[in-house]
Design a protein around this ligand. Sequence first.
Ligand SMILES: *Cc1c(COP(=O)(O)O)cnc(C)c1O
Length: 382
Amino acid sequence: MPSAYTRLIHGGAGPDPSTGAILTPIHQVTTYVQEAVGVHKGFTYTRSGNPTVRSLEEVLAAAEGTTERAVAFSTGMAATTALFLSELAAGDHVVCGAVVYGGTVRLLRQLLQKFGVRAAFVDATDPTKVEAAIETRTKIVFIETPANPTLVLTDIAAVAKIKNRTRLVVDNTFLTPALQRPLELGADAVLYSTTKFLEGHNTTVGGAILSNDAPFLERLRFVQNAVGFAQSPFEAWLTVRGLKTLPLRMKRHSDNALRVAEHLERHPRVRAVHYPGLASFPQAELARRQQQSGGGVLSFEVEGGVEAGIAVLNSVKLCALAENLGAVETLITHPASMTHADVPREDRLRGGISDGLIRLSVGLEDAEDVIADLDRALEVSC
Ligand SMILES: *Cc1c(COP(=O)(O)O)cnc(C)c1O
C-alpha cells in the first residue's frame, strides 16, 4: 500500500471520469436527477450526500488509515454534537478530560445537560482518574491530547487499556494523523476540527469523525442527515486541497515551533515554555512514544501577569492576534483575557492557565522572523 503521504495526494475519487480533471470538481448542487423513481447514482440531495464531500471523506480515511470513509461535518462542533446525540440518551454519562476545547465543555455543561446527559470532567493525564469516573451509564470517554493551552498530554494507550471504559473518542485536532494516530493506540474513534491544521489555510470551518466501526459511522450519518450538519461542497474541496500538503506542513509547523520554543526557553522574560517537543517537557517521554513530533502549538508564560500578557500581544507585528490555530500564519492569543476570560481566575489557575500565559500557533513563516517579532514584542512591552 502506498504511504500516507502518497495517499493524501492521490486518494479520494481520483480524476473526474467525465472530463479527466485531476481534482474532484466542486459539485455545487442541491439535488440529482433520477433516471426513474429510486434509480440514481448514489446521490439524491446534498444534505445526505455530495460527491465533493464524499471525496473529502475518502481522503480523510486514507490519511487516518481507516477501512471506512470518514463522516464530514459543517464544523468541528457539529461533529462533537453529532457524536453525543448519536451515542447518548437522557441519563447517560460522558467521562471527559478536564482540559478539552472550550466548546466541548460548553456543549456538555450548557446544552446537553438540559436533555439529561451527565458529564464528569476528570484529569485524564492520570488514567486511574478516568477509570474511577466510569459508571454503568458511561457511554463515551472523550479526551484531547495535547490539551489546550497548557499542552499537557494524555496517554492514549493507557486510557484505551482501561477495563469497561466504553467508547474512547480522541480529539486529534492539534496533531492530525500526520503526527499522531489514536486508532493505532487503541482508541475507537478520532474527531477533528478540520478548520485547523487539516485544511490549514484559515479559509474554512469543518469537522470529521473517523473510525473502523461501520455501524457507529452509520449512526453518525443518520444524525448528520436528521439534524442537517453536512459539510458543504466548496469547504470540502478546499479541505481536500489543503490535505495534499498536510505532512509537509505539519513537519514545518513542528520544526518552527521547536525553534521558537527553544529560543523562548532561553529568554530572560519568559518564566516557562510548554511544548511537547522540548527535552525539558515534563512528559517528553510520553510525547516521544505517542507523537511523531511536538506539533505546531506551544504556550509560554511571561513575567508580569495579565497586563504583561496583553502588552506582548499588543506589541507583535508579524504574529496575528486571532483566536484560531493550525494555519499557515502564526497566530497568538492570551487565554486569560481572550479564550478563557469568562472562566473564574481560581479555576483558570487550577487548570494551569496563568495570567501571563500566551499561546502561539506557529505558522509556516521563516522561524527566525517569528522569533525576531516575539523578541521585539517582549522588549518593548517590558
Ligand atoms: C477548534 C476546535 C474544535 C471545534 O471546531 P470548530 O471547527 O471551530 O467547530 C474542537 N476541538 C479542538 C481541539 C479545536 O481546536
